[in-house]
Design a protein around this ligand. Sequence first.
Ligand code: RB5
Length: 148
Amino acid sequence: MVKCCDLIPVACDHAGFELKEYLKKALTEKGFEIIDMGTYSSESVDYPDFVHPLAKAVNDCIYKFGIVICGTANGVSMVANKYSNVRCAICWNEEIARLAKNHNNANIIALPARFVTKEEALKIFDSYFNAVFEGGRHQRRIEKIPIK
Ligand code: RB5
């Protein structure tokens, strides 16, 4: 069985840049290893340019899971969910994040930088990370997600 690696890739657009920088520092301090896949400033960019490489890497099991950030989380999640092995969940509070793992086994979380504080975003990450996929009926359901 292929083992995806534990490094955590993070990608964002300009709206997510500040939050990415904050999370990078906060998560590094907690002992996680972060791979910064851009963007690297608050200059306006197109989110697909940064999310495609991250989502492809998760899709190909280079990384176990990743974080994508834009203003609303909608754009980045739309891109990520084009990949058949990706289950990207928009997470705007801790409970949604927990359920995204418990029920959907999400392998990318999308954070809406304009609608959560930095502190909330960190708690959302923790909640997702510490949750466990419940399997069972949820496994059956996620197997039905990809278009065959
Ligand atoms: C950028 O202004 C904004 O449109 C983008 O961050 C995102 O929210 C798109 O879905």
